[in-house]
Design a protein around this ligand. Sequence first.
Ligand code: RIB
Length: 300
Amino acid sequence: MIAVVGSNMVDLITYINRMPGPGETIEAPDFRMGCGGKGANQAVAAARNGAEVLMVTRVGNDAFAANTRANFVANGISTKYVLETEATSGVAPIFVDESSQNSILIVQGANARLSPEDVAAARADLAQCSLIVMQLEIPLPTVYYTIRLAKELGVPVLLNPAPAQPGLKLSEIADCTYFMPNESELALITGMPVTTLDEVRAAAEFLRRKGISNVIVTLGDRGVLCLNDDGETFTPPFPVAAVDTTGAGDAFIGCFSHAIDAGLELPVALRRAAFYAADSVTKRGTQYSYAEAKDLQFPA
Ligand code: RIB
């Protein structure tokens, strides 16, 4: 079983021709509301790939909470630790432009209340898991606590440092088995340039020297670079006509989590995840764009 200790949000996706200027009102062609949040997205992607998933998260005490909970249930995800709190649910206004690029604001809401105590309360169930997946839309002390707990329990951790937090302490995350930033997160965390592949490699090597076993950098339509004890694995992108890239990184991580947890070799898991994420950008919406794995023909 995979545990996701992370966020959930309500995605308010507006499709735009351009952003309005200060004081300006303009019309946008389309809108879609859906379940999102990097934690929930990764949980749903893993579940749609066949994983058994346990979600540890906090929803608000508002109208959004029931829908978020129902969405987990509909995806077969355990809601035993979907906790309700006196706050608004997390919300993400998202703007997707004509070139398929997205700009995202997040209001953490209840996610900001997910505490180390909440994770401690799930200890017995987390001990039964074979992988714990996290992101940075919950408080850093909770992330650090979970990494320490996972080490004590002997459960590997996958950390996706998104959104990047300049205050992230590398000494606290060195025990992660998989560290999966995108290029801008890598730049912010290391303070190093990442324009060329050589620069990305140097920044990833810097993180490896801090003690992280597998540094996996997602480079969007430039592919994926993984550095570990075995050397380097480069996974080329699957070229597709993108219409909405929102949540593609989460699709990648959810699919990868299931694949690696199911025992696939790392290069195979990376290729499978790249294919799954590429498929997701050909459709609009965040979780709406995540296929059921049985409906896809993955490359060998
Ligand atoms: O990674 C995409 C996600 O980021 C969206 O679903 C939004 O909720 C934000 O968390």
